[in-house]
Design a protein around this ligand. Structure first.
Ligand SMILES: [Zn+2]
Length: 288
């Protein structure tokens, strides 16, 4: 949990962004994605023991509050993105949450809820989800399975959690121990395809840092420098395509919460460089 507060203080200290505190998202709003059955169990603390085990976190009022705050945070961040071109949530990206239950530390699917809110308001129709967390984005794949307006792109460890990987619009599975060169080459190849096919008016970037070497759950081998280049590539590509980008954290399980927060901060530093025009249009691409 400490990665969240540590990241917030890095963002404050370095002046990376203006921080706006969210309120708890209304239950009726969450119903745009999640079932009434699941939400009443969550609200009243009456989830089945098997459901809590699948979630991987003990139920508590604080957990529910945190999940609702994080979800509203992604809604707010997407609104800022539509206004300014860039917004971010210092939490969120809980992409394993399914309509009828949470799993893998993910209680509510914030990106799915934010997408449905902005669609319902008529603010956007077509949305792109760029999910570079090391784990497959099964929740978004399920929520948007039959929605031609939402393009889901997941690049993830093939042998990693979750076991069942329902198809995204575009899945790029990776073998264990993939490093910077192979990873960035695949991203440079498939991200433009996803951007073009999506014709999106808004993007969510799930900037999980569990791709970095030494992550407790990641099984990949990106260096911090590779991570920095990944974030820059995504933000620059979306900017060039004229698509507003909402950064959400997703996973990260480095040796310490401080280290994890430091890695998450890279996406926000890259965002600031982008806003200041310090990211060159065509950064050198990695050579095989
Ligand atoms: Zn993950």
């Amino acid at each position: 949990m400490r990665k969240f507060s540590t990241l917030a203080s890095i963002v404050r200290t370095e002046g990376l962004a203006e921080i706006v505190e969210p309120s708890e998202v209304p239950w009726a709003t969450i119903e745009l994605v999640h079932t009434e059955r699941y939400l009443s169990g969550l609200r009243d603390g009456t989830l089945e023991p098997a459901e809590v085990r699948r979630l991987g976190l003990p139920w508590s009022p604080a957990l529910v509050r945190r999940s609702r705050l994080a979800t509203q945070g992604s809604i707010n961040a997407a609104r800022f993105a539509l206004e300014d071109g860039l917004g971010g949530n210092l939490a969120g990206g809980t992409h394993h949450a399914l309509p009828d239950g949470g799993e893998g530390f993910c209680v509510l699917n914030d990106v799915a809820v934010a997408t449905r809110v902005l669609q319902a308001e008529g603010r956007v129709r077509r949305v792109l989800v760029v999910d570079l967390d090391v784990h497959h984005g099964n929740g978004n794949a399920v929520v948007f399975a039959n929605d031609p307006d939402v393009f889901t792109f997941s690049m993830h460890g093939e042998k990693n959690f979750p076991l069942k990987k329902p198809p995204s619009s575009l899945d790029v599975p990776l073998q264990d121990h993939v490093g910077d060169v192979a990873y960035l080459a695949l991203l440079a190849r498939w991200l433009p395809y996803a951007i073009e096919r999506s014709r999106a008016e808004l993007a969510f970037y799930l900037a999980g840092v569990d791709v970095v070497i030494g992550d407790r759950y990641g099984r990949l081998a990106l260096t911090p420098e590779g991570l920095r280049r990944r974030d820059e590539l995504v933000l620059r590509s979306l900017r060039t395509a004229g698509i507003p980008c909402t950064i959400v954290l997703a996973g990260g399980y480095a040796a310490s919460p401080e280290r994890t927060a430091e890695l998450h901060a890279e996406a926000f530093r890259a965002a600031r460089r982008l806003v200041r025009g310090e990211l060159c249009e065509s950064a050198p691409t990695p050579h095989e």
